[in-house]
Design a protein around this ligand. Structure first.
Ligand SMILES: [Fe+2]
Length: 239
């Protein structure tokens, strides 16, 4: 992708609090097909008792440190994921432990996607020197004739600085409309359905709320595979 297109995305992020990337225009992501197969091996999310959602999941943590024109991702020890009770009441602020990411999930493919997000976020403000990066590998399952909620917490902020939502693939399902709102505004600033692999949204989570509408299966069992990347403790450089 040309720098000018990345700058356009960065302007959208500044002006609307969200930018949308079309999968086709994504820079070449190495080994993407192999990466996407790993979603078949995600174990069930053990902390989700909602009857509205069946979800499989892994989680990994990194520090991203600026390194030349790119970022080096340093994996951190696995630790539970916690969101404040006032941000996500559904989980009452309790730490949630997820299965760790496998080596095939944390290589150059993930690195390319995270670097892309960091570059767009840097163009939207000042260059980012470092950031904590939390990565959620998620598959939401759906059955025919029964709504499944990809985001059972409802409309929410996640409590980070930025959140990137990359569709990896979807199969045999319809729905799951993403809506992004400026704070508590009634009408969404932006809404779309992520349909093609690598369609993505980058959201300024400091000032925007988001939600994902219900999805339903159009075959025996449908699924929607997502890579959600949380950026927090973002440190900007003055360079
Ligand atoms: Fe979220």
């Amino acid at each position: 992708m040309q720098r000018s297109r990345r700058e356009e995305l960065a302007s959208q992020l500044v002006e609307r609090g969200v930018c949308a990337v079309v999968g086709d225009e994504f820079p070449r992501v190495p080994d993407f097909d192999r990466f996407a197969l790993e979603w078949n091996e995600l174990p069930p999310d053990p902390h989700l008792e909602s009857v509205l959602c069946r979800r499989n999941r892994r989680y990994a943590r990194f520090n991203a440190i600026r390194d030349g024109d790119g970022y080096a991702l340093h994996r951190l020890a696995d630790a539970p994921f916690t969101q404040a009770r006032e941000i996500i009441p559904l989980h009452q602020g309790s730490p949630r432990e997820f299965a760790p990411a496998t080596p095939a999930l944390v290589g150059t493919t993930l690195g390319a996607l995270v670097q892309f997000d960091l570059h767009v976020m840097s163009l939207a403000s000042r260059p980012i020197a470092s950031s904590f990066v939390g990565v959620h590998f998620m598959r939401v399952l759906a059955a025919p004739g029964k709504d499944s909620s990809p985001a059972p917490e409802g409309r929410h902020r996640d409590g980070h600085d930025f959140v990137a939502m990359h569709l990896i693939q979807r199969h045999g399902c319809c729905g799951a409309r993403s809506r992004v709102y400026a704070g508590t505004a009634r009408e969404p600033t932006f809404e779309t359905e992520l349909e093609q692999p690598l369609d993505a949204l980058i959201v300024d989570d400091r000032r925007m709320e988001h939600e994902v509408g219900p999805m339903t299966a159009t075959s025996a069992e449908g699924h929607r595979d997502m890579l959600i990347v949380d950026f927090e403790n973002v440190v900007f450089s003055w360079a």
